[in-house]
Design a protein around this ligand. Structure first.
Ligand code: 4NP
Length: 166
C-alpha cells in the first residue's frame, strides 16, 4: 500500500479538498487497494471537526464528497506515509521542523510540484478568510495537482492503471 497524506494548517479547507479529490481519482482508476489517502493539519485548532461548509459545498457541486475529520500531523506520522504533501511554504516549513530524519524529509514536498506547468515554489492559497472564489480556486488547483500526483505515483511504483482515467 502506498500511503499519501495532504497537509495544510487547519485540516478543514485545503487538505480535505485534496484528500476528497485524490480519493475520487484513485477510485476512478481502480487503485483504491493500492493507494491510501489521508489529510492532516499542522495546527490542532480544528481537530475532530468536519471540513469547512464552504469546502464541502464546492466539492459537492463537483461530485466529490469530503468525509474527513480534522487531525493534527505529528512527527511520528512521517513513518506512516510515503508522500507528505504540503499545501504552502509555511506548512512545508512547519513539517520540516518536526524531524531531522532525512528519510522522512525526502517524503515531504509541496503538492503543486505535481501540477503540470506549476513552479516548484507555488502554494495552494489559504481560502479561510476570503470569499467563495477562493474555495473554487482551491478545488481547481487540487484537481490539477492530484491528477499529476496520481500519474507520478502510478509511474514511480509501476502500478499500471486497470481502467481508463476519467
Ligand atoms: P486550511 O484553512 O489550512 O486550508 O484548513 C484554514 C483553516 C482554519 C484556519 C486557518 C486556515 N484558522 O486559522 O483557524
Amino acid at each position: 500500500m502506498i500511503r499519501v497524506c495532504f497537509v495544510c494548517l487547519g485540516n478543514i479547507c485545503r487538505s480535505p479538498t485534496a484528500e476528497g479529490v485524490m480519493k475520487k481519482l484513485v477510485r476512478d482508476a481502480g487503485l483504491e487497494e493500492r493507494i491510501d489517502i489521508e489529510s492532516a493539519g499542522t495546527a490542532a485548532y480544528h481537530v475532530g471537526e468536519r471540513p469547512d461548509p464552504r469546502s464541502r459545498e464546492e466539492a459537492r457541486r463537483r461530485g466529490v464528497a469530503l468525509e474527513s475529520r480534522a487531525q493534527q500531523f505529528t512527527a511520528k506520522d512521517f513513518a506512516r506515509f510515503d508522500y507528505v504533501l504540503a499545501m504552502d511554504r509555511e506548512n512545508l516549513a512547519d513539517l520540516s521542523g518536526l524531524t531531522d530524519d532525512t528519510v522522512h524529509l525526502e517524503r515531504l514536498t509541496l503538492l503543486r510540484r505535481f501540477e503540470p506547468g506549476s513552479t516548484n515554489d507555488s502554494s495552494v492559497p489559504d481560502p479561510y478568510y476570503g470569499g467563495d472564489d477562493g474555495f473554487m480556486r482551491v478545488f481547481e488547483i487540487c484537481e490539477a495537482a492530484c491528477r499529476g500526483l496520481l500519474e507520478h505515483i502510478v509511474e514511480a511504483h509501476a502500478l499500471g492503471e486497470r481502467s481508463a482515467r476519467s
